[in-house]
Design a protein around this ligand. Structure first.
Ligand code: SAM
Length: 242
């Protein structure tokens, strides 16, 4: 399932590139697993929403030959353009600024697939967000999400070993699979096709903890405390029916 990522990471220079550009659990690996549940072909136009430094974009362009609009809030289009040029995907990957909470600058029905890795939990935790994204996807197209989550909702009972790491942002963004299922299940204009825990959770986290990012250094303590008991990575796939 991870043939592209494993091959990419067999080269030390590529590993250095990944380490320098990861912003959370290895987005290339997450993207490859998520993409393996979809029928992606080179004629597709994909929106990679919350692409960060574009590791998921790189996977989509290099593995499938698709065209990708790489949209992000924190990472500038210029920075991503330079990175995309450096890895030879600038012909197929369009870097663009977007804040999903403020409306997206695209035509209705423009994308075959809205793909988002380790980003949707920052902006998708409201009843309004999914309905606001559906119009940008073609009928019979898909919305595919991979996000870090919890094995169960903590509510007020945050486990004592996790309390030092808990804050209002984590509380707002990290949820259980059932929580996301409830949020999506009654949304008009889609059919939920698949919601599951992803297989690469542990490996994607380990690869992130070995990265150069200062936040990864902080996350090492959190993941030691977590010890495989509480976190998962959740994938949600819906088909657009409108
Ligand atoms: C943890 S980073 C992950 C980046 C990348 N997907 C990855 O996995 O390496 C979360 C990303 O979500 C993006 N993001 C957060 N809120 C957003 C919003 N409202 N609209 C678009 N992107 C957003 C940020 O810009 C950031 O790049």
């Amino acid at each position: 399932m991870y043939t592209f990522t494993n091959q990419f990471m067999s080269n030390n220079k590529n590993v250095e590139f990944l380490k320098a550009n990861m912003m959370g659990p290895n987005a290339m690996r997450l993207a490859e697993e998520l993409a393996s549940h979809l029928n992606i072909n080179e004629n597709m136009r994909i929106l990679d929403l919350g692409c960060g430094c574009g590791l998921s974009t790189l996977l989509l362009v290099k593995k499938y030959g698709v065209s990708v609009f790489a949209a992000d809030l924190w990472i500038s289009p210029t920075e991503n353009y330079e990175r995309f040029e450096s890895v030879g995907i600038d012909e197929k990957a369009v870097p663009i600024f977007a804040d999903a909470t403020k409306g997206l600058p695209f035509a209705n029905g423009y994308f075959d697939l809205l793909f988002t890795v380790d980003a949707y939990h920052y902006f998708g935790d409201t009843a309004e967000m999914l309905p606001s994204l559906i119009p940008f996807v073609k009928k019979e197209g898909h919305i595919a999400v991979a996000i870090p989550g919890l094995k169960y909702e903590f509510g007020k009972n945050v486990p004592s070993e996790m309390q030092p790491f808990w804050n209002s942002e984590i509380e707002r963004t990290l949820h259980s699979l059932d929580w996301w299922k409830d949020l999506w299940k009654n949304t008009k204009g889609i059919e939920v096709m698949d919601i599951r825990e992803m297989g690469c959770c542990r490996q994607a986290w380990e690869e992130w903890l070995a990265s150069d990012h200062p936040i990864a250094a902080e996350d090492i303590k959190m993941m030691e405390a977590e010890g495989g008991k509480y976190f998962n990575i959740i994938q949600l796939i819906a088909k657009v029916k409108r």
